[in-house]
Design a protein around this ligand. Structure first.
Ligand code: FAD
Length: 405
């Protein structure tokens, strides 16, 4: 390739650009991103950065000078409107086009909008980018009433930050438990109890009916049951929608994500896709899926760069993720969907334990709470497809090192 266009300046796009240069690509690279900022990390936006404990410059993957030194042209606050495959061009929002030999689509995802009346009122927020935090942070004032919609990781992390900043926080979750989509009842109960301990009003089985306001400003969250909860601000965290429209309009197969192969390649050999916007083969699970994680974006960014450069495929890790809430560090390895057995190791009361998920005797995932060794060893066990006796996993007198050896 002589000219590569990367669409989207997030985790996957930034990684692809770095990997292309690492793998020795010397041609032109243009990174087109519709945000104003250079590529930055999103995880701190609902954690340390939201709390005010991390300086903004720490969010950026690379300083502006890196892009100059590495001859990466960055077009910021600029959208790609269309991929014209016949002419091998991408068309830009502000006019003009870029020719390409290869394209990497790294368009990520966007928050699912609240499907209720009043969602457009003032002081109703979502949380995806730096500019969202800029709007939210000034409203994080002690004593203010915050209603969070959705007890997923982002909602719960924001709830923890808000409590630590002294807000009154209610979390509404329409499912019967927190984190229902992503983890087991053991972990859900743990987090519900943790937040209640910290004074969050966690309401499961509570569906938001509408948002009520006065003079365009939010005043109440109204439940489907009719109950009204006073609110100075609402933060929605009800999931994401993958940004597949560009690919779809270009005729690339999509199904809840842009469909890619083991090398992050779409059905067009010149077009790759990486990150939240893709559906990919899940190496250790014999199926495909869409992942929403830093690990996935980094891995696919590397895969795309390696494939473009004709390099051997980089080694694949099993999926992993983390979440920080209060002083609790959760580390997740693997994908727990479809487990037929849970084994708990450690002390739930002491907030130091791991839930292992097994299927047909094999370890497929772990949720490790304040337990890094359990996380690290499990990654190895998951990737090797090992069978481990449940009694062994539960036995804290045997170290995780020994178990994984
Ligand atoms: P993004 O990082 O979203 O980047 C996509 C970029 O493309 C965006 O800037 C978007 O605006 C831009 N774009 C879209 N369409 C166009 C277009 N047509 N033209 C130009 N630009 C376009 N993951 C973890 O593993 N651990 C965590 O603890 C964690 N915490 C998170 C906390 C928050 C608040 C959020 C929002 C996410 C968190 N994630 C976490 C998820 C992780 O950040 C994402 O999975 C990751 O950012 C995905 O990278 P991406 O490059 O696919 O998408």
């Amino acid at each position: 390739a002589k000219n590569i266009v990367v669409i989207g300046g997030g985790q996957a796009g930034a990684q692809a650009v770095q990997s292309l240069r690492q793998f020795g690509y010397e041609g032109a690279i243009t990174l087109v991103g519709d945000e104003a900022a250079l590529p930055y990390q999103r995880p701190p936006l609902s954690k340390a950065y939201m709390k005010g404990e991390l300086a903004e410059d720490r969010l950026y993957f690379k300083p502006a000078a890196w892009y100059e030194d590495n001859k990466v042209e960055t077009l910021l606050s600029q959208r790609v409107e269309k991929i014209d495959r016949a002419n091998r061009q991408v068309l830009l929002q502000h006019g003009g086009h870029l020719d390409y030999d290869a394209v990497i689509i790294a368009t990520g995802s966007r928050p699912r909008p609240l499907p209720v009346e009043g969602a457009d009122l003032e002081n109703v927020f979502e949380l995806r980018g730096l500019s969202d935090v800029e709007h939210i942070q000034p409203k994080m004032i002690p004593g203010k009433k915050l209603v969070i919609v959705g007890a997923g990781y982002i909602g719960l992390e924001a709830a923890a930050v808000a409590r630590q900043l002294g807000l009154e926080v209610t979390v509404l979750e329409m499912e019967q438990r927190a984190l229902a989509r992503v983890t087991s009842p053991v972990i859900s109960s743990f987090y519900e109890a943790l937040h209640m301990e910290h004074g969050v009003d966690v309401r499961c089985g509570a569906r938001l009916g509408s948002l009520k306001g006065k003079d365009g400003k939010l005043t109440h969250a109204v439940l489907a049951s009719g109950e009204e909860i006073k609110a100075d601000m609402v933060l929605a965290g009800i999931g994401i929608i993958p940004n597949v429209e560009l690919a779809e309009e270009a005729g690339l197969p999509c199904k809840n994500g842009i469909i890619v192969d083991e090398d992050a390649r779409t059905s067009d050999p010149r077009i790759f896709a990486a990150g939240d916007c893709t559906v990919r083969p899940l190496a250790h699970y014999a199926r495909t899926g869409r992942l929403e994680s830093v690990h996935n974006a980094i891995e696919q960014g590397k895969l795309a760069a390696a494939a473009i450069m004709g390099k051997p495929r980089p080694a694949l890790d099993c999926p992993w993720f983390w979440s920080d809430q209060y002083d609790i560090k959760l580390q997740i390895a693997g994908l727990s969907q479809g487990y037929d057995e849970i084994v708990v190791r450690g002390d739930v009361e002491a907030k130091k334990f791991a839930a292992f998920y097994k299927k047909n005797g094999r370890l497929i995932a772990v949720d490790a709470i304040n337990s890094p060794p359990e996380f690290i060893a499990s990654k190895r066990l998951i990737m090797s497809g090992a069978t481990v006796a449940s009694e062994t996993l539960a036995d804290t007198s045997i170290s995780m090192k020994e178990i994984a050896a």
